[in-house]
Design a protein around this ligand. Sequence first.
Ligand code: ADP
Length: 346
Amino acid sequence: MSTTEAPLLEVEGLTKHFPANGTLFGRRGGAVRAVDGIDLTVGAGQSIGLVGESGCGKSTTGRLITRLLEPTEGTIRYQGQDIAHTSRRGLAPIRAQIQMVFQDPYSSLNPRHTIGRILTAPLEINRIDPPGGRRRRVEELLATVGLNPEHRNRFPHEFSGGQRQRIGIARALAAEPKLIVADEPVSALDVSIQAQVINLLGELRNELGIAFVFIAHDLAVVRHFCERVAVMYLGRVVEIADRASLYGDAHHPYTHALLSAVPGSTMPDGSKRERILLTGDVPSPIDPPSGCHFRTRCHKAKDVCATKAPPLTALDGRPDHRVACHFPAPAEVLLPTPARRLAKTP
Ligand code: ADP
């Protein structure tokens, strides 16, 4: 792992509001608050997981970091330089260094182009002239991701889902990135293939020192990959910690619920974790609940949760484990369901 002065990536107050119904300021509350002020730091070669249910703003965060989108507010410092509002032209020198791997490789690979052509494009765009020539580099890339270099003349449809994701990964690697944002990279794959692709990403991280922002809706997927995990709910980070603290000693009720959905998940004392069913969907980010966004689905919610948004605060003596909850606590043995329902504030 390299030790540059500034972290590779430092995000502060990152916010993205999309116009709802076409206009952003056309009517009161007319914005989709997809990302609502998040802070993240990723060091060179490190990996952070972004998890949470669908609609929590994970993908938008990934697209902001790769500057496929421009933030409404906040800073995105890459190696110390704020790129939040940098122009297309200004971004050119660092575009290659921050690559994205998408959930569905098929829709992001041109079906009419051979794999060779798909992998040559980033070399041309980024004016990369490998010592042995571009064709040799393409073959090398295919071998790196576990594909047969002789298949460079084939088309995307001739590959399986897992192989296509390997091609998507090879394309990201072609640009020689320092950071890869992987947005649900295995969610579209068969369970049997998921582990293989995650293992490949792990090898690349270890061998090439690439840092990762790994987006997943499922805590089980990032468990073995990410040293740090940030749990997002409705555009905000509600808990962030290193792997051992998050999986072993989470303090946010939302994290407890996500953990309880992981098969075989246990309590910190090793006993079986009771499944916490989250009822209903994530509320609309156009009109999120006041105070703590999670309160409408939280069995611990009290009056203060409706009036005051809990700041992301470090736990006592643990600066790296931060939780946004008025009543942070380790997972508890839950009350029987009817009592829990009574305890819930409407
Ligand atoms: P996740 O990746 O966690 O599923 P997303 O970042 O895709 O969440 O979406 C967060 C919220 O922002 C969702 O409510 C989604 O509908 C909304 N959203 C995403 N992109 C746009 C867009 N271009 N215009 C309007 N709303 C959007």
